[in-house]
Design a binder for this molecule. Sequence first.
Ligand SMILES: C[S@@+](CC[C@H](N)C(=O)[O-])C[C@H]1O[C@@H](n2cnc3c(N)ncnc32)[C@H](O)[C@@H]1O
Length: 215
Amino acid sequence: MTDVKMADYYERRAPHYDAVYARPERQADIRTLQRLIPAALTGRDVLEVAAGTGYWTQFVSATANTVVATDYNPAPLAIAAAREYPRANVRFGRADAFALDQVAGDFTAAFAGFWWSHLRRSDTDRFLRGVCARMRPGSAVVIVDNRYVDGSSQPVTRTDQAGNTFQRRELPDGTTTEILKNFPTATELRTAVDGHGSAPDIVELEYYWLLTFTV
Ligand SMILES: C[S@@+](CC[C@H](N)C(=O)[O-])C[C@H]1O[C@@H](n2cnc3c(N)ncnc32)[C@H](O)[C@@H]1O
């Protein structure tokens, strides 16, 4: 289900968003992801879901054949569109991650960065169904997100009956918003892929996990 409150939070956070990639303790992991993500998408026609400001798009562009970078919100997409890319192979479009049938293109890969954690546990199946419906057989699906790290991650402030966890997020204008942020285990990720794809592979870094599977 589209989470309008969360989408609005990211619309307002867009000008500040990239600061998340400057956190000193995470630099080694980020360098590793900058290598692993483009390597997994080499030569592919990539549908990028919830692309945000295009931070990962710039690395994907270097190795992919083409990239269609989509996001629900205009503000992060405008930042993404203004960015410089290594190659002229990126196109941008607004799209709800739950309505990927609306995106024009023919895809051999999907990539979603830091989006899975914002899915309700009950929505992951529907999300993956929508993604896989857009993939040619043999496509690669690549998903990266945060692990919960005490002292570095924002604390979880609430857990609902379904096991979804939430954080209180503050923006520079002083407003606070409760945001859904789930931290699945590797076993939960493997189970989620069941019925959608094969050969799930999960790399667990200190701060991040990276899931790849074949459609
Ligand atoms: C945590 S950010 C990740 C941005 C980018 N992928 C990255 O890794 O830097 C989550 C993104 O999801 C977008 N978003 C929120 N709701 C969405 C929806 N229903 N469909 C697609 N994108 C959505 C937000 O605008 C935001 O850019």
